[in-house]
Design a protein around this ligand. Structure first.
Ligand SMILES: Cc1cc2nc3c(=O)[nH]c(=O)nc-3n(C[C@H](O)[C@H](O)[C@H](O)COP(=O)(O)OP(=O)(O)OC[C@H]3O[C@@H](n4cnc5c(N)ncnc54)[C@H](O)[C@@H]3O)c2cc1C
Length: 420
């Protein structure tokens, strides 16, 4: 593979010829790719962002189907990038409490922000709003260009340049190529980077639900024998739900009419939000655990879901990706200060060492939770109910879990640090 790549490099490099050289080409202008572009743009580096799709529309009347629970650390990043005001002016929903319980017993845990002296546990924000806010910031920088609809079809690396081919036939030359193109990353595949992981044989069914009861700005999640079901508050008496189900169940529930669907949802979740009144369009997404064996190669780096995808049960996926973006920005800006080559493998390895451990820890924790709550064996259900109730009464442990879930622990990148 290595030899083949070198051979292709030599031929292709001559074929492509020298064109105007970029400093960084980012494939994927989703939440993570757009955040990275914003974070590096003030340096003046020439950056090209490429995406297959135009920026998503924001509707004033309908909620986006895709939403994210945003941690304090990610909100720090958005604030530092001057993107948070845009999001607040559109729609963001803070939450102050979180309740998690096991449907197979009476174990439960309740987190309240008042216990840790912060002002909120996090925010639920529609993905389209996050992406638009970041791309709006990107548009203020003359040194950043966004190209869409366009896709990468190939790239080759030479000593001091990566030559990139796009589907339209356009060719780019850059010091560094970044794959922020999601879990099915083309950049990762073209780089020959393999992944480890497995499909959960589950789909995440998402939709917006209106309930008679008020959510009290609290995230609620029940672990059902079939998988977790979460209610995330996004509007007055309105929540976005993520329901993890087997493929067959997801298909069946997606095809029910609204009334039947609401009946099943009510019976699965119970009455804590009153009656389920109305449901919007439904969509399903495959759930998997996937980790790239490498995050970097000479002149190539992967960030966000391109490098790691996890189960959404703790709403951490995009938060890990934003931490990648902020950390890679730190590493690249430091390299620039030291007049080092930003595509050099020694520079990029620093980013990989920084992020891989954190990402692996979060992935292993989420996978453990998924398995623990997926088991129907009586000793396991008994122990996990006991564990939840014990944890609920252990204030220091609860505080530690809350601070970790808010992204405030560990080695934070500059953009993610609190500003007092
Ligand atoms: C049901 C569900 C619920 C979730 N809830 C949460 C949550 O509450 N909190 C949380 O933190 N995370 C959550 N996640 C995870 C989160 O959605 C992802 O981690 C996040 O979207 C990853 O962002 P990204 O920018 O890395 O990739 P993506 O969002 O996948 O963006 C990739 C971008 O690359 C573009 N692209 C793809 N291929 C190409 C190509 N070949 N050329 C050019 N462009 C390309 C795409 O158009 C897209 O714009 C959830 C995931 C699921 C499935």
């Amino acid at each position: 593979m290595g030899i083949c790549r070198v051979w292709r490099v030599d031929c292709r490099y001559r074929e492509i010829g020298m064109e105007h050289k970029q400093d960084i080409v980012i494939i994927g202008a989703g939440m993570v790719g757009a955040a990275l572009a914003c974070a590096v743009a003030p340096s003046g580096l020439k950056i090209t962002l490429v995406d297959t799709r135009p920026p998503p529309q924001i509707s004033d009347t309908e909620f986006d189907l895709r939403v994210s629970a945003i941690t304090r650390a990610s909100q720090n990043i958005f604030s530092a990038l001057d993107a948070w005001d845009f999001m607040e002016q559109k729609r963001v929903s803070p939450f102050y409490e979180m309740r998690v319980w096991d449907s197979q017993g009476n174990g439960h845990i309740h987190f309240n922000v008042a216990e840790i002296g912060e002002d909120t546990l996090g925010w639920i924000v529609e993905n389209s709003i996050i992406q638009n806010a970041l791309l709006d910031r990107v548009s203020h920088f003359e040194n950043v260009e966004l190209i869409y609809p366009e896709r990468i079809t190939d790239f080759v690396v030479n000593d001091d340049v990566v030559s990139i081919e796009l589907a339209s036939g356009k060719k780019l030359q850059s010091n560094l190529l970044i794959g922020a193109d999601g879990a099915d990353s083309t950049v990762r595949k073209l780089a020959g980077i393999s992944t480890r992981g497995w499909s959960y044989d589950q789909q995440g069914l998402v939709c917006t639900v209106r309930t008679s009861g008020y959510h009290n700005e609290m995230v609620q999640q029940v672990f059902l024998p079939t998988g977790p079901l979460a209610f995330l508050p996004i509007g007055d008496h309105t929540c976005s739900i993520v329901w993890s189900l087997s493929g067959d169940s997801a298909e069946r529930l997606s095809s029910l009419d609204d009334e039947e669907f609401l009946k099943e949802l009510q019976s699965a979740f119970g009455d804590s939000l009153g009656t389920m009144l109305e449901v919007g369009p439904r969509a399903v997404f495959p759930l998997r655990l996937q980790h790239s064996m490498e995050y970097v190669q000479p002149r190539v780096a992967l960030v966000g879901d391109a490098a790691h995808a996890i189960h959404p049960l703790a709403g951490q996926g995009v938060n890990l990706g934003l931490a990648d973006a902020a950390s890679l920005a730190d590493v690249l800006l430091d390299a620039l200060d030291q007049k080092r080559d930003i595509g050099a493998i020694q520079v990029l390895r620093k980013f990989e060492r920084w992020r891989k451990g954190d990402n692996l820890t979060m992935m292993a924790t989420m996978d453990g939770f998924k398995r623990l709550f997926g088991s129907q064996l009586a000793p396991v259900t008994g122990l996990r109910n006991l564990g939840l109730s014990l944890a609920n009464n252990l204030t220091p442990l609860k505080n530690m879990i809350m601070r970790r879930a808010m992204g405030l622990e560990g080695d934070l990148a500059k953009l993610a640090r609190p500003r007092y």
